[in-house]
Design a protein around this ligand. Structure first.
Ligand code: EPZ
Length: 417
């Protein structure tokens, strides 16, 4: 089993590039199913979740080739509609293949998706919306059998919560459905806009994305295109947290400031200077970090739940008391106990965590409990005195491309053993 070993309290300096976004690349790969011919995705991150998505595409009959940062997917020989259980259980976003496969083939068989354990993660909104669009969905022994009969049709769908995955699934299913679909209370995350822009480049007619009402006028068919995956805003938040906790000055390349508008003020309250210019961000940490006002995780444009853990790691060394309220997932504080093993003073109950900043964190043997919780331990390890050893790093590899290389390149002492 691989581990990350970090010798902490080293100052970081230089430039670090942000790779393509996992949470955009995965729905884009699912969307390839809808496009006839070849599609090329550039800036596609090398992550275990991306490899799992490529394996799903291969199981459906697609030809996938990875060359450095690009992936090409040819769907000319796509004929299958079964997604193997083993691949469904590997990641939550495998569920967005449902809308895409139904749109292309009209049938799909898959099991309930797996993914990071953050509390119950139902797919009721996905299913209800697809049924409204004409899909017949039956469940037996954990397998979903879906059939669209004569085809999917447009519908007016009102989501009870702006679910990212449900919005993506509806957009995918609606892209080639008969008529127009309108999604009210749609998720507004930048990854939704990336998906809509990609589909439009393939010939779809989607408008309103990035707002809470999205309109999808179904077209007959989609064609392949070349597209560049957006940069990963949560990786950027992780790098900012690492710079903050180590008191460093770093430059981040390949960023989009509009995606992190809710995160920047938190670091500014901590006393850090953040200066974005075009697609770069200059970050200078405070000499001594200060606690910040209450952070409440919210759907975009609010503070993202995915950045909660890494920012909490930085706050664990900030002078004063900070409060984090996790509003999206019912169980997303798995990292708290591990941070406490490193000397952090954090109390979590229900959806609230109270962080009393400590002067020093000290290295310890800790375990990644989920993707972002694992990244938080890396951040804490970089800012801790002595050696931190993180196990179960398979979670971290789901969303960070060679995290040890990224941090080593700016002076961290971190290696994979
Ligand atoms: C996406 O998950 C992301 N995953 C998550 O990132 C992210 O944390 C989340 O959106 C919120 O921003 C991908 O994009 C692959 P949701 P998703 O549907 O789509 C409830 C990471 O670390 N819900 O917006 O699963 C659900 O239980 C990951 O990269 C229902 O009740 O999130 C949750 O409480 C983790 N019924 C809330 O909505 C449904 O049918 C938000 O979930 C669907 C969701």
């Amino acid at each position: 089993m691989q581990r990350l070993v970090i010798e902490g309290e080293k100052k970081l300096s230089g430039e670090i590039s942000v790779h393509g976004a996992k949470n955009s690349a995965l729905p884009l790969l699912a969307a390839c199913v809808l496009a006839k011919g070849e599609t090329v995705l550039h800036n596609c991150p090398k992550l275990s979740d991306v490899y799992a998505a490529l394996r799903i595409l291969a199981c459906l009959g697609c030809k996938c080739i990875r060359e450095e940062g690009s992936v090409s997917v040819n769907t000319d020989s796509l004929t299958h509609f079964n997604v193997p259980d083993e691949l469904m259980s590997q990641m939550r976003s495998s569920i967005v293949f449902l809308g895409a496969i139904l749109g292309r083939i009209g049938r799909c068989r898959l099991s309930f998706p797996g993914g990071c354990e953050l509390g119950p993660r139902p797919i009721d909104m996905h299913i209800a919306a697809l049924e409204q669009m004409g899909a017949k969905i039956t469940e037996e022994h954990g397998t979903l059998d879906c059939d669209v009969g004569k085809g999917l049709h447009g519908a007016k769908i009102v989501l009870s919560f702006p679910s990212v995955g449900a919005t993506e699934n509806i957009i995918l299913a609606a892209a080639t459905a008969k008529g127009t679909t309108v999604i009210h209370n749609a998720a507004r995350e930048p990854e939704i806009s990336d998906l809509a822009r990609f589909l439009n480049a393939c010939g779809a007619k989607i408008s309103g994305f990035g707002e809470d009402t999205v309109y999808i006028e179904g077209v007959k068919e989609l064609h392949g295109c070349e597209y560049e995956v957006m940069p990963d805003r949560i990786v950027l938040a992780t790098y900012m947290s690492a710079a903050a906790i180590t008191g460093s000055e770093l430059t981040f390349k390949n960023i989009r400031v509009q995606d992190v508008e809710a995160i920047i003020p938190v670091f500014e309250q901590m006393g850090c200077a953040v200066c974005p210019i075009e697609n770069k961000m200059f970050f200078s940490a405070a000499k001594s970090l200060r606690a910040c006002k209450t952070i409440r995780t919210m759907p975009f444009p609010g503070f993202p739940t995915d950045a909660q853990a890494v920012v909490m790691a930085a706050l664990s060394k900030a002078r004063g008391t900070s409060i984090v309220v996790e509003n999206i997932f019912s169980s997303r504080f798995g990292h708290v106990d591990e941070l406490c093993k490193m000397g952090a003073d954090i109390k979590a109950e229900g959806k609230i965590a109270v962080i009393n900043g400590v002067k020093r964190l000290s290295g310890a043997k800790v375990r990644a409990t989920d993707l972002r919780g694992g990244a938080a331990l890396v951040v804490a390890g970089l800012g801790a005195q002595g050696i931190t050893e993180i196990s179960d790093i398979k979670y971290i590899d789901r969303g960070y491309e060679c995290i040890e290389q990224a941090f080593s390149s700016v002076g961290a002492v971190i290696r994979r053993v």
